[in-house]
Design a protein around this ligand. Structure first.
Ligand code: NAD
Ligand code: MG
Length: 396
């Protein structure tokens, strides 16, 4: 069995650390050739010491010199690079064949697209890349001929529930009627609406079932995450938006489902543990140990499913509307949401203002065809500015 050479974009984050946990169990199958992080130098230094990649990338000069110093003291020969362009170098110059795209937010777009264009196996956790540039990204994957494995648990579940290779053939042949994305409903599923105005970042990040980075945890609380996932599913599976449903499923045991024409509904179940979809993507089409406890159905209480309440979760409605509008609307939505969530986490923006910032940004900008990466990056920058102005109105 040839060894897979893996680059991990965002190795110090929640997905990155889980990916290394799976890889650690299979030294005969995987070799880590590139690791990248934003600012967590100490954690990256430990990872480099253990896995000795060819290349390590950090966000800035300061971080790079600190990391170089530590690795030099430890006699580790990893080349240390810095800055956004070096993320692309980690993909192109590390001799990797597999890329885990796990940088959070728009920062992950360019290197992820580079991996697609280079025909790598792309393990896609960074949903924001697909939301911003789904059309370009899917075209790049297709023309370069790499394999795209969704890591987001819902999309990984749907991928497992679809017939093999069905994303390349027409779903119609296989009788696929609908994709059902499950959502936990986050920490505020039952919180009285009148209490939401005083929600703190700590409360919003305390997800009932999953341990994740702070940005996606807030997105789960507002359900913007599920909205981004609808757009992600649209690009990954090529079904019209009318054929996708969101179901609140607080237990997070059924990770998503596919409903077929003949009445069958196929679901993928498991522990809420990202190592399962990560292991699936790493070894596909084989299945390997992921270090995940097996599911004991007899120990579970009832599983329940319900419709989401769009009054409680206006971000889900905003994302659905942006998805229907298409063009650059999803990129505008994504950028405004990143700004609003960062302001909620670090600058005192009230929780209920998050959807308002997103909505006002969408209202102030015209959606156009998302025809090139340059245009998408320009729209992203502009939307951040517009959203930033709205945030200032709400925080002063
Ligand atoms: P995280 O915040 O824990 O980690 C993010 C990683 O990206 C870190 O390594 C960080 O150093 C790096 N990073 C952040 N900003 C950067 C920048 N400007 N330049 C370079 N590197 C930067 O996030 P996470 O929870 O691991 O999520 C990562 C991605 O995976 C997100 O797109 C998220 O939506 C998606 N995802 C996560 C989960 C989960 O369970 N955590 C599930 C599904 C999808
Ligand atoms: Mg998900």
């Amino acid at each position: 069995m040839p060894i897979r050479k893996v680059a991990i974009l965002g190795s110090t984050g929640s997905i990155g650390v889980n990916t290394l946990d799976v890889i650690r169990l299979h030294p005969e199958r995987f070799k880590v050739v590139a690791l990248t992080a934003g600012k967590q130098i100490d954690r990256l230094a430990e990872q480099c010491t253990e896995f000795q990649p060819v290349i390590a990338v950090v966000a800035d000069m300061d971080g790079a010199s600190r990391l170089s110093q530590i690795l030099k003291e430890r006699n580790i020969a990893t080349q240390v690079l810095q800055g956004p362009a070096a993320l692309v170098a980690a993909v192109m110059q590390s001799d990797c064949d597999t890329v885990m795209a796990a940088i959070v937010g728009a920062a992950g777009l360019v290197p992820t697209l580079a991996a697609a264009k280079a025909g790598k196996r792309v393990l896609l956790a960074n949903k924001e890349a697909l939301v911003m540039s789904g059309d370009l990204f899917m075209q790049a994957m297709q023309s370069a001929g790499g394999e795209l494995l969704p890591i987001d648990s819902e999309h990984n579940a749907i991928f497992q529930c679809l017939p093999p290779r069905s994303s390349e053939a027409s779903q119609d042949v296989f009788g696929v009627e609908e994709l059902w994305l499950t959502a936990s409903g986050g920490p505020f599923r039952n919180t009285p609406l009148s209490d939401l105005s005083s929600v703190t970042p700590e409360q919003a990040c305390a997800h009932p079932n999953w341990v994740m980075g702070r940005k996606i945890s807030v997105d789960s609380a507002t359900m913007m995450n599920k909205g981004l996932e609808l757009i992600e599913a649209f690009w990954l599976f090529g079904l019209p938006l009318e054929k996708m449903r969101v179901l609140i499923h607080p237990q997070s045991v059924v990770h998503s489902m596919v409903r077929y024409r003949d009445g069958s509904v196929i679901a993928q179940m498991g522990q809420p543990d990202m190592r399962t979809p990560i292991a699936y993507g790493l070894a596909w089409p084989e299945r390997i140990q992921a270090g995940v406890e097996s599911l004991d159905l007899t120990q579970l209480a009832a599983l329940s499913f319900s419709e989401p309440d769009l009054k409680r979760f206006p971000c889900l409605a905003l994302a659905s509307a942006a998805a229907r509008e298409g063009g650059t609307a999803p990129a505008i939505l994504n950028a405004a949401n990143e700004i609003a969530v960062a302001a909620f986490l670090d600058a005192g923006l009230p929780y209920l203002r998050i959807p308002e910032v997103v909505e006002q940004t969408l209202n102030q900008m015209q959606s156009v065809r998302a025809s090139s990466l340059e245009l998408i990056l320009e729209v992203d920058a502009q939307a951040r500015q517009v959203a930033g102005n709205t945030v200032r109105k709400f925080t002063h």
